[in-house]
Write a protein that binds this ligand. Structure first.
Ligand SMILES: Cc1ncc(COP(=O)(O)O)c(C=O)c1O
Length: 393
């Protein structure tokens, strides 16, 4: 039973907010590290991370302090002016990504980052079509620019969805579709699909194909970026160099922010007026980005993510678990049964995890500070739950 305070918040939200999401059945009041507390003070172990956002854990001190200090100095000014904190946030991201000479466009979300990456690819190649891998997820924007006045619809930047899909992992299909295309866009690890992981050969093959066909390779690193996969990004993990990488989620620890990172040869071709955003690159978001990226780097959280993947692979060999997909702390635990009842049983034990398009998958997207203690609690709970409720045969 929910207490009155929890019920009040839920009733209030249900009355005023459109019912577009399936939600956990409680209202959260606060968070710290890998733990969150609901309005009744009930503590949860958060291995979902607010959907991969809380890389540094909840309300990390260095980011909270940076946001508070920036808010007092200057809450907002647009891209009409230079901004020290914007420059420093971009520098931090470029250094973190290890691509000297790369340049960044800031926006507010993962969807916008992907929109703008596709826009850059279309503008730079002079081609319209984008090839995407089946099974991916890249955000929910569509046609705002197509609805704008003629001045803003010039060239190819006003095009909506000229996108064709090919099977994930199929290089011959990619080769055929890339003829005359502007770009190939994919998640190197398809998170929502169930942590479906590309092979290094596939990604390197796409890099070679794009080079041969004059198209740009775009990695959607909205989930895989910023240390989560046990490396700075999928690009280092798989050893394939995309022309454009998109980031969001963990980028600013929860302050809405997205970014497109363009390698120097692409950055050199971007012209004034091709991209724009009122709030993108604003001082508050950039203070949060710089503090977040610096902390992920200095605390070596990518290395922790790699170590925790190894621990999970070693210690989660439990009856009922048939496969562990993904890399670092973007993991899909594949069960021999639907994951929903197991996730509900975890919730009853106050452990938050995610689901996936694959109904048998439990998705882990915990803070990158999660350690052996937190993952041990999950293992213990899973061992009990999976042995108590054997798969229906
Ligand atoms: C891989 C990927 N790309 C893009 C997005 C869209 O991001 P946003 O919701 O910030 O627009 C998501 C969101 O879940 C995502 O997982």
């Amino acid at each position: 039973m929910s207490s009155p305070s929890t019920t009040d918040s839920r009733t209030l939200e249900d009355a005023f907010v459109l019912p577009t999401y399936a939600k956990f059945p409680f209202a959260l009041a606060r968070g710290e590290g890998c733990r969150v507390w609901d309005e009744d003070g009930v503590e949860y172990l958060d291995l979902y991370g607010g959907h991969a956002v809380a890389a540094l854990g909840h309300s990390p001190a260095e980011v909270v302090d940076a946001i508070a200090a920036q808010a007092r100095r200057l809450l907002f000014y647009s891209n009409a002016v230079y901004s020290r904190v914007r420059a420093e946030a971009a520098e931090a991201l470029v250094r973190f990504c290890g691509e000297p000479g790369a340049q960044v466009f800031f926006c507010n979300s993962g969807a916008e980052a992907n929109e703008n990456a596709m826009r850059v690819a279309r503008a730079v190649t002079g081609r319209a079509r984008v090839v995407a891998a089946e099974g991916g997820f890249h955000g929910r924007t569509a046609a705002a620019i197509a609805a704008a006045g003629a001045k803003y619809r010039t060239g190819l930047s006003g095009l909506g969805a000229d996108v064709v899909h090919v099977p994930f992992g199929d290089l011959s299909a990619a080769a055929a579709a890339l003829d005359g295309a502007a770009a190939f866009l994919l998640e190197p690890i398809q998170s929502l699909a169930g942590a479906t992981t590309a092979s290094p050969e596939y990604l390197k093959g796409l890099e070679a194909l794009c080079a041969a066909k004059g198209a740009l390779l775009i990695f959607d690193e909205v989930q895989t970026g910023l240390g989560r996969v046990g490396a700075p990004s999928a690009r280092q993990l798989f050893g394939a160099r995309p022309h454009l990488q998109t980031f969001a989620k963990a980028l600013a620890s929860g302050v809405p922010a997205g970014a497109v990172l363009a390698v120097p040869e692409v950055a050199a071709k971007v012209k004034p007026g091709q991209l724009g955003s009122t709030f993108g690159g604003g001082p508050l978001a950039c203070a949060a980005i710089k503090a977040t990226v610096d902390a992920i780097a200095s605390r070596r959280l990518g290395e922790n993510a790699a170590a925790m993947e190894a621990l999970v692979r070693e210690t989660f060999r439990l009856p009922g678990i048939v496969e562990i997909r993904g890399r670092g702390l973007l993991l899909g635990i594949v069960l021999d049964r639907p994951s929903k009842p197991v996730r509900d049983a975890l919730l009853a034990r106050r452990i938050l995890v995610g689901g996936a398009d694959d109904p048998n998958v439990i998705r882990l997207l915990p803070p990158l500070i999660a350690g052996a203690a937190e993952l041990g609690l999950l293992r213990e709970a899973l061992a009990e739950i999976l042995s108590a409720a054997p798969a229906a045969r």
